[in-house]
Design a protein around this ligand. Structure first.
Ligand SMILES: *Cc1c(COP(=O)(O)O)cnc(C)c1O
Length: 395
């Protein structure tokens, strides 16, 4: 099997698994209990909190563990709307956010909030000047993702953070794809809230965090006990949190080496595909791009058909967002960067890890070449194109 879907989820690293297992077995104490067994869990959770905080230059008290990235996004947006709703009812976000942000914005619109969805350019970049221009006296929140999960484009977060801080507007970033992959400093980048998720950095699924800058008046999302300094009730997912902590420490330790290796593999794969597969387009910014992200549109074919054929050859990939697979709607991200429906449908995301090899990528290029060509032979769109040389595509 060749696994190239690390943007959807990653394999738990051996040291992460080893660190969390004792907290599923012998160290099963509730962190809220006062006896030794509980205290051991409490210490483990607080160690993890420090490791997660350190990765983004936050203080440990600013990290609130959640059940993943989606919960962190929901919490950030809904709680800001609730806390600042009397000050204003306008929110600024972008058209390329993850559904955890977009669908929460739709929900808030139904609650009477107004949302501006900013356009992005052909590479998926948000223009900080467009953010500035969208600000109104009643704007209470700006939410822009750190890096896009489909096309890998890295957004100018520090600039947008500066604009938000200058105007006294809360700035949230969904950093689920960026956290542990590229350097982030919440203080330097003037980030007020940040979402992260363990399973995107070789940690366990179902655990993540929301960073909330000290002093921000953000209410609790889950009501109940006093866990997470009264802001997120529920007995802590101790094994998950411990695993998240180990994954964060590991990510910080290996970031430079890992990203260097992934960039090399990524650029090799991009170069080969561009050279050897005709009528394709690289989606996302060429340089401002996550180290492990490759996303192509292959014109005249269906990405889903290509995926199935690659799967039969043992290759795990994705056609855009994992959350939209199973639906026939083209990816909202690919439409936002200006692709036509039929172009967006022919997209393939290959997201690498540092463990992939050039030999694997060579096999993937051969499989992509062969199957794209087979699918084009069956495609009426392609036949039409060859016959008429219509300028209907961005070829
Ligand atoms: C995966 C992902 C999420 C959701 O995180 P979960 O932990 O799976 O809920 C949110 N935003 C982005 C950008 C993601 O890639």
């Amino acid at each position: 099997m060749i696994y190239l879907d690390n943007a959807a989820t990653t394999r738990v690293a051996p040291e992460v698994l080893e660190s969390l297992l004792p907290y599923m077995a012998e160290n099963y104490g509730n962190p809220s209990s006062i006896y030794q067994l509980g205290a051991a869990s409490r210490r483990a959770v607080s160690g993890a909190r420090e490791a997660v905080a350190e990765l983004i230059g936050a203080d440990a008290e600013e990290i609130y563990f959640t059940a993943g990235g989606s919960e962190a996004d929901n919490w950030a947006l809904k709680a800001t709307a609730e806390a600042y709703g009397n000050k204003g009812r306008h929110i600024i976000t972008t058209k390329i956010e993850h559904h955890a942000v977009l669908h929460t914005c739709r929900y808030l619109e139904r609650q009477g909030f107004e949302v501006t969805y900013l356009d992005v350019d052909r590479d998926g970049l948000v223009d900080p000047d467009a953010v500035r221009a969208a600000i109104r006296p009643d704007t209470i929140l700006i939410s822009v993702m750190s890096a896009n999960n489909e096309i890998g484009t890295i957004e100018p977060i520090a600039e947008i953070g500066g604009i938000a801080r200058e105007r006294g507007i809360v700035f949230h970033t969904d950093a689920v794809q960026a956290f542990g992959q590229i350097p982030i400093d919440v203080k330097e980048m003037k980030i007020d809230m940040l979402s992260a998720s363990a399973h995107k950095l070789n940690g366990p699924k179902g655990v993540g965090c929301l960073y909330i800058r000290k002093g921000l008046k953000i209410g609790s999302f889950i009501h109940g006990g006093a866990q997470e300094r009264n802001r997120r009730a529920g007995t802590e997912n101790v094994p998950g949190i411990v695993g998240f902590g180990t994954a964060a420490a590991r990510a910080g330790r290996i970031m430079e080496e890992k990203s260097g290796r992934e960039r090399e593999l990524r650029d090799y794969l991009i170069a080969r595909i561009e050279k050897e597969v005709p009528y394709c387009r690289l989606n996302g910014h060429r340089e401002k791009r996550l180290p492990g992200n490759v996303n192509f549109s292959f014109f005249f074919i269906e990405g889903e058909s290509l995926l199935i054929r690659l799967d039969m050859e043992g290759i795990c990939a994705s056609s855009g967002s994992a959350c939209t697979s199973g639906s026939l709607d083209p990816s909202h991200v690919l439409l936002a960067i200006g692709l036509k429906h039929e172009e967006a449908h022919g997209s393939l995301r290959l997201s690498l890890s540092e463990e992939n090899t050039k030999e694997e990528l060579d096999a993937v290029v051969e499989a992509v070449k062969k199957n794209v060509s087979l699918l084009r032979d069956m495609s009426p769109l392609y036949e039409d194109f060859v016959k008429n040389k219509k300028e209907a595509y961005h070829v």
